[in-house]
Design a protein around this ligand. Structure first.
Ligand code: PLP
Length: 378
């Protein structure tokens, strides 16, 4: 059998990783400024993470959600403390799309409505309602195009108000820093007004923190920069450093109903052990502050570079979620970064380079990226 060929691939096989570095099958080292698509939070092959997962799988990797799982309870309590949402409830699944699917479903069970408002350029995943909430007609299959979603411009509160005042909107779903959309940041003022509108009209506010959350922005959640508490928060990617896991954080105003939500694999023992180890490492190594300080440093060095070189037209982002908009397609500089400088980065659209390194990235790594980036732009 051959693989279903859905991705254009680089001709590179990554074989092992350590911290912010990966090695290919020929032993060549690369700096990972992509984090495997913002997934690697605490660094590749962290010994504490490896130990937690290995010990757990040797003991019990999985058992069904029909029995008590103290690891889930331990994780819910630790996560609540780490992010400051101790009064929220936790539902565990296996991916980002699943987290959004369940968040939207919960919102609809809550207020009985079916309309969703989403941002232009939004990406929320590839399953049924998550993909419909994704503003990219190319990936919405006819069976998913059910007319539930209206896409609205970022920060245009008047446009959002017009829809919410119709009193039929189930939920607004927002990435406070859009990832796939090209590192576009929602303004505090917009989100605060949106929250007030949602409260007044019984609409649920969902923040998709799958890419921008879990410490990446320099706070636990990106929305925490904006002074708003969403009704539902979705996370995945960095939560288990590459082991598939997603989560929905649910405000106390929602009451669980047996049978409404469920999952076979979600919250399994192995995932919870890995996720607990990730929180240990984030705390022990002060990784959220590291994300903020190395991110600030990168942004200020990139701004200097913008003054010294051609092609950079905008630098956006917070912490370790940075977009560099170029006046040329990203294709050639990104490929040269990989082939000549041995640095992986992400990308967006046609001309944005996206930086999403692990949260343990150092200033030295940042310096290496800046000097390599300067070379490939010349
Ligand atoms: C903001 C956002 N939401 C949802 C998803 C979907 O996550 P997954 O691929 O784990 O389903 C992604 C993935 O890139 C994302 O960036």
């Amino acid at each position: 059998m051959e693989l279903f060929d859905v991705y254009p691939l680089f001709d590179i096989t990554i074989d092992k990783g350590k911290g912010c570095h990966v090695w290919d099958s020929e032993g060549k080292e690369y700096l990972d400024f992509y984090g495997g698509h913002a997934v690697i939070s605490v660094g590749h092959a962290h010994p504490h993470y490896v130990d937690a997962i290995s010990t757990q799988v040797a003991k019990l990797g999985f058992y069904s959600n029909s029995v008590q799982n103290p690891l889930q309870e331990a994780f819910a309590s630790r996560l609540g403390k780490a992010c400051g949402y101790q009064d929220y409830q936790l539902f565990l699944i296996n991916s980002g799309a699943e987290a959004n699917e369940n968040a939207l479903k919960l919102a609809s069970f809550y207020n009985g409505r079916t309309r969703i408002l989403s941002l232009e350029k939004a990406f929320h995943g590839r399953t049924s309602l998550a993909v419909e909430a994704t503003a990219n007609p190319k990936i919405i299959a006819p069976v998913n195009a059910n007319g539930h979603v209206t896409y609205l411009p970022i920060d245009d509160i008047a446009a959002w108000r017009r829809e919410i005042e119709k009193d039929d909107v189930c939920a607004c779903i927002i990435e406070c820093i859009q990832g796939v959309g090209g590192i576009r940041m929602v303004q505090a003022d917009f989100l605060q007004q949106l929250k007030t509108l949602c409260e007044a009209h019984n609409t649920v506010l969902i923040c998709d923190e799958i890419q921008c959350g879990y410490g990446r922005s320099g706070k636990f959640f990106a929305h925490q920069w904006l002074g708003v508490k969403p009704d539902i928060i979705t996370v995945a990617k960095g939560i288990c450093n590459g082991f598939p896991m997603g989560a929905v954080l649910i405000s106390p105003k929602f009451s669980p109903v047996y049978g409404q939500l469920g999952t076979t694999f979600g919250g399994n023992h192995l995932a919870c052990a890995g996720a607990l180890a990730v929180l240990d490492i984030i705390e022990d190594e002060d990784l959220i502050n590291n994300a903020r300080s190395v991110g600030d440093y990168l942004i200020s060095e990139l701004r200097k570079l913008q003054g010294e070189t051609v092609h950079i037209i905008d630098i956006r982002g917070r912490g370790l979620m940075i977009g560099i908009e170029l006046d040329i397609p990203y294709k050639e500089p990104r490929l040269r970064l990989i082939k000549e400088e041995h640095i992986f980065t992400g990308c967006s659209g046609t001309n944005v380079i996206r930086l999403l390194p692990p949260l343990c990235v150092s200033r030295n790594d940042a310096d290496r990226f800046i000097s390599s980036f300067k070379k490939v732009l010349q």
